[in-house]
Design a binder for this molecule. Structure first.
Ligand SMILES: Cc1cc2nc3c(=O)[nH]c(=O)nc-3n(C[C@H](O)[C@H](O)[C@H](O)COP(=O)(O)O)c2cc1C
Length: 314
């Protein structure tokens, strides 16, 4: 059994597992399934208009009685309106990322929300704690999607961030087994945030072609690119070959932005355009080779966690 931690108490959940809010993957179906399994399901608002977000929150409320959250990347267009929706709909937990947590934390607390913020360094973890967040999520550069500029691995962050703050620390980046969750707890973290594993479940709204390509991917099939724009971990395809070529030739931020355009992540993840789309996924994709339901993945995580505990006792 997963132990209770300050994080599980804070969030009112049974298991110290958060499903990262992911653009084009984390709708109400995935969020509700994770919450019904005892973790914290999270709706990814980064790819939603305010009215879509309201729809997903209401559907999630119908599908689960357990707590769930919404992830809002602070650089999202219409960010003010997204916050108005989570406050009006009384969402219990808000996870902010990609920006300054100072701007929103107090307003969210006044509205009764718990606030977690994603950081990529011990310095940003301290700033987030000063801004009053309830917990920090330290995300290493193994993680799928947008990354911090420091390129610190989860293992290094685990050691520095746990020392830097006194609030609960959640680790993200590279978790897809129960034994890795045990390792996170041993390092002083009080939970993990998992993205890649849940992006490839049946309940994820990602396109089947995206899921199939990821399930076939092996070691070394992702890379951190677009460092001059926003560092992003991507599965190799024609789009990444082109970006890599441009970067090798010294393309400027503006040239990369122009080539990137606006719809690449939607094309790749949601529409299944495996050639031209951005296929955001984490390094740990190499360990996942079959599509499963959220419930099956929770069972796998718990059994593997138990085995690791037994091994340690021996
Ligand atoms: C397809 C995809 C989309 C993501 N979108 C977001 C996002 O919108 N906001 C965010 O804070 N993190 C996003 N992430 C990061 C996850 O929330 C999570 O922190 C990360 O995936 C954890 O690392 P892992 O992929 O190794 O499990 C995304 C990750 C993936 C794979």
């Amino acid at each position: 059994m997963f132990p209770s931690t300050r994080l599980t108490e804070l969030l009112g959940v049974k298991k110290p597992i958060i499903a990262g809010g992911m653009v084009w993957c984390s709708g109400h179906e995935l969020a509700a399934a994770v919450s019904n399994c005892g973790g914290l399901g999270v709706i990814g608002a980064g790819s939603m208009y305010p009215e879509n977000l309201q729809h997903h929150i209401r559907r999630c409320q119908e599908q689960t009685k357990e707590p769930f959250g919404v992830n809002i990347p602070l650089l999202a267009p219409e960010v003010e309106k997204l916050f108005e929706v989570v406050i009006a709909e009384k969402v219990p937990v808000v996870i902010t990322s990609a920006g300054n947590p100072k701007t929103w934390t107090a307003r969210l607390h006044e509205a009764g929300c718990k606030v977690l913020h994603v950081v990529s360094s011990a310095k940003f973890a301290q700033k987030a704690e000063e801004a009053g967040v309830d917990a920090v999520i330290a995300e290493g550069f193994e993680a799928g999607g947008h990354n911090g500029r420091e390129e610190s691995s989860t293992l290094v962050l685990a050691q520095s961030v746990v020392e830097a703050v006194s609030c609960p620390v959640v680790l993200a980046g590279g978790f897809a087994t129960g034994r890795s969750i045990l390792a996170a707890l041993a390092l002083g973290a009080e939970g993990v945030q998992i993205g890649t594993l849940f992006a490839l479940t049946k309940e994820s709204s990602a396109h089947d072609k995206f899921k199939e390509a990821c399930l076939q991917a092996g070691e070394g099939s992702t890379m951190l690119l677009l460092k001059k724009v926003v560092p992003t971990r991507l599965l190799f395809n024609s789009f990444t070959t082109e970006v890599q070529g441009m970067e090798d030739r010294g393309a400027t931020k503006e040239e990369l932005e122009e080539y990137l355009g606006k719809r690449r992540a939607k094309q790749g993840i949601f529409e299944g355009n495996l050639e031209e789309g951005e296929l955001e996924i984490g390094q740990v994709v190499a360990l996942i080779n079959r599509e499963a339901t959220v419930e099956e993945q929770f069972k796998m995580l718990e059994e593997d966690f138990e085995k690791a505990v037994q091994r340690l006792h021996k």
